[in-house]
Write a protein that binds this ligand. Structure first.
Ligand code: ADP
Ligand code: MG
Length: 265
């Protein structure tokens, strides 16, 4: 009978918490009112935790990164104060975009993930993707209905992180779909975008379509903050300070000059 009440009211967390709450209530001699409040609070807390776990799963965050785990002293041109201000998430509330621009290894993805983590904790729906994955997913839709459905998946979250790893050059069709996404999110939701490519190079990034680059950048940058990260590569630092670490051995990293020479920037 008791089970039914919990189940009928969908109070799964309360049901699990009751023995503990009752024990504490007896020990601390709570009033009936305090007991009721604490018991219901246990249900709410369980629901919050479950919702957070769901948001985290849906966000497809590849690694947990935090601002506290970022060595600001290593990137002296970057304003720690500004990043800490951004962590208050007013950019998400005002649908402002953030663009982290700079060479590889300077922490652009790290900072994006740290802000995404803050947004998730604050209860926002977040989605992390790379530009390459985004382009592939939208392009592989076998019919227009599925394409629209997939596009909605990227439009819906309050914060979309588009990590431009891999220096993907989009096909013209992919570039149009990317434009459609940026246009749909314009003034509706924030985008955090990371890029190694200065805006002048976006024409060739977008399948050589210079005509598309202008309106796309217009929408992306109208309400946006561009944060340049122009320091040294942290990956190179780790290689230099600890050549025996497995990470250092695994990573093959171009320095910005090599990258420019080979045309990937
Ligand atoms: P980018 O996206 O600019 O290529 P990443 O954010 O992927 O660079 O950084 C590469 C690696 O170095 C990641 O593991 C990241 O956590 C770490 N990293 C980069 N910059 C810093 C920093 N200033 N402090 C701590 N870790 C850093
Ligand atoms: Mg990156």
């Amino acid at each position: 009978m008791k089970q039914d009440v919990y189940q009928q009211l969908h109070l799964r967390h309360l049901e699990a918490a009751v023995p503990q709450v009752v024990q504490t209530a007896q020990r601390e001699q709570w009033t009936y009112e305090t007991f009721l409040q604490r018991a219901l609070a246990a249900e709410l807390e369980g629901r919050d935790q479950q919702a957070m776990a769901r948001r985290l799963k849906a966000a497809r965050i590849p690694a947990k990164k935090t601002l506290d785990g970022f060595e600001f002293t290593f990137q002296p041109t970057l304003s720690e104060r500004r990043l800490r201000e951004l962590a208050d998430l007013s950019f998400v509330r005002t649908c402002t975009n953030l663009v982290f621009l700079g060479p590889p290894g300077t922490g652009k993805t790290h900072l994006s993930l740290a802000l995404a983590d803050r947004a998730l904790t604050a209860g926002y729906a977040v989605l992390f993707t790379t530009l390459a994955d985004l382009a592939r997913t939208l392009e592989s839709a076998s019919h227009p209905g599925l394409g629209r459905q997939r596009l909605r998946r990227y439009i819906a979250p309050a914060l979309l992180v588009i990590d431009v790893v891999g220096y993907t050059r989009l096909t013209q069709e992919q570039a149009h779909q990317f434009f459609e996404l940026v246009a749909a999110r314009y003034e509706h939701g924030s985008i955090i975008l990371t890029s190694n490519t200065s805006f002048a190079g976006w024409g060739s990034l977008l399948g050589g379509d210079e005509v598309l680059a202008t309106p796309l950048l217009d929408r992306l940058l109208h309400h946006a903050e561009v944060i340049s990260v122009n320091g040294r590569s942290y990956r190179m630092k780790e290689r230099q300070t600890d050549r025996s670490s497995p990470d250092a051995q695994r990573e093959v990293v171009l320095n910005p000059t090599d990258a420019q020479a080979t045309g990937v920037l």
